[in-house]
Write a protein that binds this ligand. Structure first.
Ligand SMILES: Cc1cc2nc3c(=O)[nH]c(=O)nc-3n(C[C@H](O)[C@H](O)[C@H](O)COP(=O)(O)OP(=O)(O)OC[C@H]3O[C@@H](n4cnc5c(N)ncnc54)[C@H](O)[C@@H]3O)c2cc1C
Length: 436
């Protein structure tokens, strides 16, 4: 029993965790045997496995397979409660967070220890008005919306009488050539060429155009050069155009304008009815509010700078972890969030008196990976560089391993196998408010 969440804790200390993503969930799980009450507050009711979002957006996986409900995951953890709500403020003076809860109320939740693991949101670099024309892919809702948009584009192309309009509907521009952009572009090519080609008898496959734009000079910038080159070569073999060293300068419903990153001369227009934003993320607004409330510094990305115990300076009972925090300037990927989550759970258990001090946080770099096509992925695992089917096998093993729940792992593996064997996808649903 965790008692009344909105009353001060009595007897047992209360650990409030904001965010049930990679970092927050690790803290909660690490505290399952702790003599403390744990409250996980999230604005969504599920734990989202973001690395496979693009497979939901491209009609391969059903959303539930990558997003188990938090209550289900934590059901057997007697000391833990889940609260659906958006945390809007942190007040270290009263040791409370304020949350807009599911019943529409604004409530204070008292804490003894607080862990903020609220992650990031899309970064349009000052052009938030582009979001409607070029949606991002950060939430499950966005991924399902993108799926409808992508499938609708093929339907619109099939209905368009003139080849020019058809071409525009069949042009897909992805802004950002990091792992998210590359994986989405590769999977989109597979959706079009392996699956939809056999279903849309009247569409000319040569009209399909996928363009990936990035301001940098490499695809998959964080990867070693050998794997970057392999990726670029393979994307081109898939027919994907790569426009590097260019930034988007205008985006609307009919396409985008790009210009060389260092000047506006030589700008050009890409007519595309579907533009997807995969160019970057920034911490959720709660990061700035947390920094202001605790006088903590933020870095140039807006992340809260914390000590090497993941605590905010001067606030030893308030921690920030994962994408929202800067600990040793680690990259915004899942593994730092997971390791920091485990670490903070150990540190809190030490403070509660039943564990040795874990020492300062140290990151163990396990590597990075990204998938390109159904049979190709690149992986850099502690210096071991893999690509092609071997890379894909490593990628699949790691992603299945990190998915939460055996049922989800089995379902995803079965879907992958079926889709590889049959070239079919079972999630080709266009869902709109008007038509269902
Ligand atoms: C499309 C995509 C693909 C990716 N692919 C990879 C990959 O292949 N490999 C990899 O390592 N990393 C990948 N990442 C990055 C990885 O997902 C993140 O680094 C990781 O999720 C960070 O974990 P976190 O706990 O900090 O935040 P998250 O996992 O994002 O969790 C944050 C949680 O906080 C909740 N929240 C936010 N604000 C509030 C609030 N105010 N109140 C209550 N709850 C709130 C959110 O709903 C969310 O559940 C990818 C990210 C994206 C978007």
């Amino acid at each position: 029993m965790t008692g009344d969440l909105f009353a001060p804790s009595r007897g047992r200390p209360r650990v409030v965790i904001v965010g049930g993503g990679f970092g927050g969930l690790r803290v909660a799980r690490g505290l399952r045997h702790a003599r403390a009450d744990v409250v996980v507050i999230d604005r969504v009711n599920h734990h989202l496995f973001q690395p496979l979002l693009y497979q939901v957006a491209t009609a391969l996986l059903p959303p539930g397979d990558i997003a188990p409900p938090l209550r289900q995951i934590l059901a057997d953890q007697a000391n833990t409660s889940v609260l659906l709500g958006e945390v809007t403020a942190v007040d270290p003076a009263t040791r409370t967070v304020r949350a807009d809860t599911a019943d529409g109320a604004d409530r204070a939740v008292p804490y003894d220890y607080l862990v903020i693991a609220a992650g990031t949101t899309d970064n349009y670099f000052g052009h938030d008005d582009w979001a409607a024309a070029a949606p991002g892919m950060k939430t499950l809702y966005q991924a399902i919306g993108l799926r409808s948009r992508l499938l609708h584009a093929f339907e619109a192309a099939a209905a368009a009488p003139d080849p020019g309009t058809r071409r525009e509907w069949l042009t897909f521009a992805v802004v950002g050539a990091g792992p998210t952009g590359v994986e989405l572009a590769g999977q989109l090519a597979a959706l079009a060429r392996r699956t939809l080609r056999r279903e849309f008898h009247d569409l000319d496959p040569t009209h399909l155009r996928i363009v990936v734009v990035d301001a940098g000079h490499h695809v998959l910038a964080p990867f070693p050069q050998q794997l970057r080159r392999h990726t670029q070569r393979q994307l081109r073999r898939l027919g994907i155009e790569i426009v590097l060293g260019h930034t988007a300068t205008a985006v609307d419903d009919t396409g985008l304008t790009v210009a060389p990153a260092d000047s506006h001369d030589g700008s050009r227009r890409i007519s595309a009815r579907t533009v997807v934003w995969a160019a970057g993320v920034k911490p959720v607004p709660l990061a700035a509010r947390l920094a202001a409330a605790t006088n903590a510094a933020t870095d140039h990305k807006g992340r809260v700078v914390v000590g090497d115990d993941c605590a905010l300076p001067g606030h030893p009972d308030v921690f920030a972890i994962g994408d929202i925090a800067n600990v040793h300037d680690l990259p915004g990927i899942a593994e730092p969030a997971i390791q920091q989550g485990r670490y903070v759970a150990e540190l809190i258990k030490h403070r509660l008196g039943h564990r040795p001090h874990p020492g300062p946080f140290r990151y163990r770099d396990l590597g990075i990976m990204a998938t390109i096509s159904p049979f190709d992925a690149v992986a850099d695992i502690r210096g071991l560089r893999l690509h092609g089917p071997l890379g894909k096998a490593a990628w699949a093993g790691v992603h299945l391993g990190f998915l939460v729940g055996w049922a989800n792992r089995a379902a995803v593996l079965a879907t992958w196998g079926w889709a590889l064997g049959t070239r079919r996808r079972r999630q080709q649903l266009i869902l709109t408010e008007a038509t269902g």
